[in-house]
Design a protein around this ligand. Structure first.
Ligand code: WAQ
Ligand code: MG
Length: 266
């Protein structure tokens, strides 16, 4: 009988504002240590100390878990965030996002996509043709959840990322999140950059491009970050897509190719 898994999710706030969140999907034997690591992480977050922290541990029936492959990863070096954003727009266009839609979404992220001009807690859903925003709650957005590495790929991913200087939690978590997004129905591409003031890197991910890192997508010190998921098709696709992104457990049991720096046009 397959081993049952647990979803372990942490959410920390400070003065009612989102501070950090992270999660794992793991067998019972690992739950205690992973929960402790998530609590430590919430308390040591660079954006400030949490004054409220919620930890959720939930059983996930083994037969509902889907297995998938991580996207290929590469880095396109860019001198600064102006060049980085131009490169991101080109990649989105290559992935099939209309140039106006890509520009609208990028502008929204840069301005802080939540109503008060701050980072959203989750992602925008953006029509890849028109740039229209489709998420019901523009402050929360869509939260991608319930994904992790399978135990078999945990060490392997570290071995692949370390020589590239990329074995850090930002890269690991973003690669998994992008992997789940790209496995979802109707997704054309994703654009992301961090809300951590000292982490300027971001990426464009798309089914045929893989996960393309851009070391600068915002200036240092900037707290406005976010994610945009670009989709094709009508609103009737939305409930299934959102259910997949938020609820479907996915374990990555295969890696993609992990490469260093490449030219933009590859
Ligand atoms: N689902 C949807 N959106 C999310 C989620 C989630 N689970 N978690 C965060 N976001 C949104 C939210 O708007 C955040 O403000 C924004 O994404 C950025 O989150 O290759 O660190 O966790 O070097 O700050 C990308 C580059 C790093 C990594 C991304 O994102 C690399 C990062 P952060
Ligand atoms: Mg962050």
């Amino acid at each position: 009988m397959p081993q049952s898994l647990y979803s372990i999710r942490m959410h920390a706030t400070r003065e009612g504002r989102h501070l950090s969140g992270a999660e794992r999907l793991a067998p019972r034997s690992a739950v205690e240590a992973l929960a402790a690591a998530l609590v430590r992480r919430a308390l040591e977050h660079p954006r400030g100390q949490a004054d409220r922290l919620r930890l959720t541990v939930e059983a996930v029936p083994a037969e509902t878990v889907r297995f998938a492959q991580l996207p290929d990863l590469r880095t396109v070096p860019v001198a600064d965030y102006f060049v980085g954003r131009q490169a991101a727009l080109r990649l989105l266009e290559r992935a099939g996002v209309a140039p106006e839609a890509a520009a609208i979404a990028m502008q929204a992220l840069a301005a802080g996509a939540a109503p008060e001009g701050v980072a959203m807690r989750g992602a925008m859903l953006v029509d890849a043709q028109t740039g229209a925003r489709l998420e019901a709650d523009p402050a929360r957005g869509i939260r991608v959840s319930r994904m992790d590495l399978a135990a078999s790929t945990e060490t392997e991913l570290g071995q692949g990322l370390r020589p590239l200087g990329l074995d850090n939690p930002h890269v690991r978590e973003a690669l998994l999140l992008a992997g789940k997004v790209l496995a979802a129905p109707a997704i054309v591409a994703e654009l992301c950059w961090s809300d951590d003031p000292d982490y300027t890197a971001g990426y464009v991910a798309a089914p045929h491009l893989g996960y393309v890192r851009l070391p600068h997508l915002k200036p240092a010190g900037e707290e406005r970050g976010g994610r945009a998921f670009f989709l094709r098709g009508g609103r009737e696709e939305l409930p299934a897509l959102i259910d997949f992104l938020e609820k479907q457990p996915v374990l990555f049991d295969r890696l993609g190719a992990l490469r260093g720096e490449t030219l933009l046009e590859e």
